[in-house]
Design a protein around this ligand. Structure first.
Ligand code: ADP
Ligand code: MG
Length: 614
C-alpha cells in the first residue's frame, strides 16, 4: 500500500501541459474570467451536492449552507473561492484536475443518465475552465473534501508548469476551497472592489448565494428563468435597473420562452427614454447573452438587428454551442437563428401592444418610432411586419392622432392603388401648403410625414399591401378630372398665358401648365427631378453633398380659376413689365411652398419693386 499521507508528486499528462499553455496564453481575451470559471465550478459542485442529498443519507458536514464564499487578501495577494459542494476525493482530484479535458461535470451528467442530460443547472462542459486560474496564479491550491465522510481531505498544489502535488490534510470542510496566490502583475484581483466588479458582471445570476468578504453579491434573481405569473411588477423593475444599469422604469416588457427551434428564455425591456433622441451617442446593442445564468457576452453584436439596439435585457439559451472559452458563439448560423426567433417574437409583441393597449403603444411610438422607421427602411427580412407598426398623422386624423398604413388601406375605396404622403415640417405647414388641396378636393387621404427620415423610409418601403407609397407632390401623380368651375380662363387664354410664362421665366422652369390640382392657390411647383426631391435636396445641402447645387428644375402649374392668374393674363399684354415681376414672384412663391427657395434677397428686392406699383 502506498503511503497516502505523504505528499505525492504527479506529472501532468503531456496533453495537459499543452492545454495549460493554450489556456494561459491564448484561449481567453480577459484574464478576469478565471473568477467566472471558478465560481461556475463552485456552483456546479453545489448543484451536484443538492442532487446527491436527494438520494444519499450520509453526507459529510451536512449542515453547511449551499453557498460560495470568495475572499480576497490584498496584503498576501491572494483570492480564495470556497464552496460547500460535492468536493473531491484523492482519485477525483487526479482525474478531474490532472487529465486532459476530463470534465467531471460531463461524467456526472452521464452518471445521472437520461434525466441528468437535461439538467440545465450545470454550467461546466468543456473541462478546461479550471486551468484559467493559472493565467493569474503563481500557485493554485485546491483544498477538497468529498461529501463521502469516509474519505480524508486533501490539498492539491500546482504552479501550472508541469506537475502537481497531492497531500492529505486534516480539518477540511466539505467541498472545495481554491486558494490562488496571484502573479505579481495580477495583484489587482486581490482587491475587494475588483473582485466585486467581476462577480457582478459575470456571476450575478448564479443560483447559489455568493459572498465576497462576507457580503452577499448576487441579490437579484435570474428572473428570465422563472415563470411569469410568479413575478411581481416591482421585481421586474428592479431587475431591469440592475441588469441595464438604468435609473428609469421600463416602458414595455417582453418575457418569453421558446423550445423550438432553439431553447430560449428571454426577458426584454424597452426603456422609458430614447437617449439617442435626446442627442446622446448612438445606443450600443446591449441585450446580454447568457448560457445557463452565466454571462457569455454583455453586448453581443448580431444577436438582434441593428434597429433593435434600444432594447435592454437578457437572452439565455442553454444549448448554445459555445466555443471552449465561452466567449464567442461558434456557430454563425445559430446566432442568426436566435436573432430571427427573437425579432419575430418582438414584432408580434409590438403588434399586440398596438392592438390591445393603443395608448401605451402610441407613447412608445412617439419615443422609439425612429428605430422602427430605420427597421422598415433597412431590415429587408422584416420590412412588412415593421411597416405595419408605423404610424402617421394624416389629412383625416385630428392633430396629434395617428393612423397605421393598414387602416389607411382599409379606407381606400374602389380600385385605388396608392397611399399618398406629404413630407413637411409640421401639420400646419402641410395643410396650408398648395399640395394638399387637390387631394382634399377629391377626398383622398394623405399621410403627413414630419421627420427628415420619412422620405427615405417611404422610398425604401415602396409599397404596403400591394398599394404604392406615392409622394403627393411628385409631378407624376395623376389625379381624376374635377368639373370645371365657373369663371376660369378659357383653354386658349390659358395656353397663351402658360406659353408666355415659360418664355418669361426661361430656364428656371422646365414646364408650365394649367393645373388639375389647384383649388385655392394660384400656383404650385412640382418636382421635375425624379431622383432628388425637395427634401432630399435640403438634406444634401445640409450635408454639403454634390447635387445640391445642380440647377433646380421644377414644373410650374397655374390655377386658371384664381384671381391672381386672371389678372396676370390681362396684364401680360397690358403692362408686360409689371406682369414679368408678378410671374417671377409667383414662381418664388411656389418654390417657398415646396421648400426650395434658397436665396430670398432677390425676391425681397423684387417684391419691393412690385409694392411701388400698388
Ligand atoms: P468543467 O467545469 O467544464 O467540467 P473545469 O476545468 O472547470 O471543467 O473543471 C474540471 C472538473 O473539475 C469539473 O468537471 C469538476 O468535476 C471538477 N471541479 C472543478 N472545480 C470543482 C469544485 N469546486 N468542486 C468539485 N469539483 C470541482
Ligand atoms: Mg468549469
Amino acid at each position: 500500500m502506498p503511503d497516502t499521507t505523504a505528499p505525492q508528486k504527479f506529472e501532468f499528462q503531456a496533453e495537459i501541459k499543452q492545454l495549460l499553455d493554450i489556456v494561459i496564453h491564448s484561449l481567453y481575451t480577459e484574464k478576469e474570467i478565471f473568477l467566472r470559471e471558478l465560481v461556475s465550478n463552485a456552483a456546479d459542485a453545489l448543484e451536484k451536492l443538492r442532487h446527491t442529498q436527494l438520494t444519499e443519507k450520509e453526507i459529510f458536514d451536512d449542515r453547511l449552507d449551499l453557498e460560495i464564499n470568495v475572499t480576497t487578501d490584498d496584503k498576501a495577494k491572494t483570492i480564495t473561492i470556497q464552496d460547500f459542494g460535492i468536493g473531491m476525493t484523492r482519485a477525483e482530484l487526479v482525474e478531474n484536475l490532472g487529465t486532459i479535458a476530463h470534465s467531471g461535470s460531463k461524467a456526472f451528467l452521464k452518471a445521472l443518465g437520461e434525466g441528468g442530460a437535461k439538467n440545465a443547472n450545470l454550467i461546466g462542459q468543456f473541462g478546461v475552465g479550471f486551468y484559467s486560474a493559472f493565467m493569474v496564479a503563481k500557485t493554485v491550491k485546491v483544498y477538497a473534501h468529498s461529501w463521502r465522510a469516509a474519505e480524508p481531505g486533501h490539498v492539491w498544489t500546482s504552479d501550472g508548469s508541469g506537475s502537481y502535488e497531492i497531500e492529505e490534510t486534516a480539518g477540511q470542510r466539505r467541498g472545495a476551497k481554491i486558494v490562488i496566490e496571484l502573479k505579481d502583475d495580477c495583484g489587482e484581483f486581490s482587491q475587494d472592489w475588483k473582485a466585486k466588479e467581476i462577480l457582478e458582471r459575470y456571476s450575478a445570476f448564479v443560483s447559489f448565494p455568493i459572498n465576497l468578504n462576507g457580503k452577499r453579491i448576487n441579490t437579484v434573481q435570474a428572473l428570465w428563468l422563472r415563470s411569469k405569473n410568479e413575478i411581481k411588477e416591482e421585481e421586474y423593475a428592479e431587475f431591469y435597473k440592475f441588469q441595464a444599469h438604468a435609473y428609469d422604469e421600463p416602458r414595455l416588457r417582453l418575457h418569453f420562452s421558446a423550445d423550438a427551434p432553439l431553447s430560449i428564455n428571454a426577458l426584454l425591456f424597452v426603456p422609458k427614454e430614447n437617449t439617442e433622441k435626446l442627442g446622446f451617442a448612438r445606443t450600443e446593442a446591449s441585450v446580454a447573452l447568457y448560457c445557463r445564468k452565466v454571462l457569455i457576452d454583455a453586448k453581443p453584436k448580431n444577436l438582434l438587428p441593428e434597429w433593435l439596439r434600444f432594447l435592454k435585457g437578457v437572452v439565455d439559451s442553454e444549448d448554445l454551442p459555445l466555443n471552449i472559452s465561452r466567449e464567442t458563439m461558434q456557430d454563425k448560423a445559430l446566432i442568426e437563428k436566435l436573432n430571427k426567433v427573437i425579432t419575430k417574437r418582438l414584432l408580434k409583441f409590438l403588434d399586440e401592444e398596438a392592438k390591445n393597449r393603443p395608448d401605451v403603444y402610441n407613447e412608445f411610438y412617439a419615443e422609439f418610432g425612429l428605430f422602427l422607421k430605420e427597421g422598415a427602411a433597412m431590415d429587408f427580412t422584416h420590412k412588412e411586419q415593421i411597416t405595419k407598426l408605423l404610424r402617421f398623422e394624416s389629412s383625416l386624423t385630428e392633430k396629434g392622432k395617428t393612423t397605421s398604413l393598414a387602416d389607411y388601406v382599409s379606407r381606400l375605396t374602389g380600385d385605388l392603388k396608392e397611399i399618398y404622403y406629404l413630407v413637411g415640417p409640421n401639420r400646419n405647414a402641410i395643410e396650408s401648403g398648395p399640395y394638399l388641396e387637390a387631394f382634399k378636393a377629391r377626398n383622398l387621404e394623405v399621410l403627413f410625414c414630419y421627420e427628415p427620415v420619412d422620405e427615405y423610409v417611404m422610398n425604401n418601403v415602396r409599397e404596403f399591401e400591394g398599394k404604392k407609397l406615392t409622394a403627393a407632390d411628385h409631378a407624376d401623380v395623376k389625379l381624376t378630372e374635377l368639373p370645371k368651375p365657373e369663371g376660369a380662363l378659357s383653354d386658349a387664354d390659358t395656353k397663351a398665358l402658360t406659353t408666355w410664362i415659360k418664355d418669361t421665366l426661361g430656364d428656371r422652369v422646365s414646364e408650365v401648365k394649367a393645373s388639375d390640382r389647384l383649388v385655392d392657390s394660384p400656383v404650385l411647383a412640382l418636382n421635375a427631378d425624379k431622383f432628388t426631391s425637395p427634401h432630399m435636396r435640403r438634406m444634401m445641402k445640409a450635408m454639403n453633398k454634390d447635387g445640391a447645387e445642380s440647377p433646380l428644375r421644377v414644373n410650374l402649374e397655374i390655377n386658371p380659376r384664381h384671381a391672381v392668374i386672371k389678372r396676370l393674363f390681362e396684364n401680360h399684354v397690358a403692362s408686360p413689365e409689371k406682369a414679368k415681376l408678378v410671374a417671377e414672384q409667383l414662381l418664388d412663391n411656389a418654390l417657398i411652398g415646396a421648400g426650395l427657395l434658397d436665396d430670398t434677397t432677390a425676391m425681397v428686392a423684387r417684391l419691393n419693386k412690385l409694392l411701388e406699383t400698388v
